[in-house]
Write a protein that binds this ligand. Structure first.
Ligand SMILES: [Fe+2]
Length: 280
């Protein structure tokens, strides 16, 4: 099974948006080609590689070693402040179709798969759990949550060509339906039940995936680091469990937030710089 690929026009029609909704309902992922201008991708790539080569990115890593790759929160500064990255009208239209009108940027991260990175364990980034404890046992919610619409989605933006050789992400289309079961299936069972798709393509291809979708990074057999961006959008109430022990999870300096057009500032409401202090 391969995920649907959508070429978004400047103003996607309700019909096209409903196609995206259906693809996300069915597979939990959709490929979006040519979303970003090449010059912007080059600037983002140069900035991420500069921070990687200086060692700063790994030092400030969120997780410093996941099977030979690391992930780091990036500040919204320099080229990341470009509205075409996080607020293109056609991207916002897709996000509205998935997350409702009131969504936020949850985080911006880089994932660098170093040469020699090996296959990552299969995981979902943020399953929503409704466990309750009776005595010593936690019990999951036994009802059917599989039809819930997304509460968080990640836009994955590779900053290089991605081939089978240099560490593509393997998605398991349809597996988001399994993530909210009372008992989450184990890795062996998920691999039996769902078929992996390695997402490859030239620089400029990106994909959107549901926070419940099972996925993993594949080995990087090349000699170059493989940088990708993960831009997470969430419903206003969702808090990413992966950022629970770091502060801030969404980084933008006050002076940079002031450069964000007023109509886009609500997207940054989860950043400390956007919040009103009630007590000094
Ligand atoms: Fe992940």
């Amino acid at each position: 099974m391969s995920i649907a690929a959508v070429d978004l026009p400047r103003r996607p029609s309700p019909r096209l948006l409903s196609r995206v909704q259906s693809a996300m309902d069915k597979d939990g992922a959709v490929a979006l080609a040519r979303l970003f201008p090449p010059a912007l991708l080059s600037a983002l790539r140069a900035e991420v590689l500069r921070r990687h080569r200086s060692g700063e990115l790994r030092r400030r890593g969120l997780v410093r070693d996941i099977a030979g790759r690391y992930t780091a929160v990036l500040p919204f500064s320099g080229p990341f402040l470009d509205e075409r990255l996080y607020a293109q009208p056609r991207l916002l239209a897709v996000l509205g179709a998935l997350l409702g009108a009131d969504f936020r940027i949850g985080s911006l991260e880089a994932v660098i798969a170093l040469p020699g990175a090996y296959e990552q364990h299969l995981h979902a980034d943020g399953p929503l759990r409704f466990d309750r404890v009776l005595g010593r046992r936690a019990r999951g919610f036994a009802g059917d949550l599989s039809r819930l619409p997304p509460y968080a989605v990640t836009l994955c933006v590779p900053l290089c060509d991605i081939s089978e050789e240099n560490g593509p992400t393997a998605l398991y289309p349809g597996s988001h339906r399994a993530a909210l079961r009372a008992k989450v299936p184990n890795e062996a069972r998920l691999k039996r039940q769902f078929k992996a798709q390695a997402v490859t393509g030239p620089l400029g291809d990106c994909f959107l995936f549901d926070y419940r979708l099972f996925h993993c990074g594949l080995p990087n057999f090349s000699r170059e680091p493989r940088p990708i961006l993960m831009l997470v959008f969430t419903r206003a109430w969702f808090r990413d469990p992966n950022l629970a022990d770091v502060h801030p999870g969404l980084v933008i300096a006050r002076k940079d937030l002031a450069k964000v057009p007023a109509r886009r500032r609500p997207l940054f409401a989860l950043a400390p710089a956007a919040r009103r202090a009630l007590w000094d």
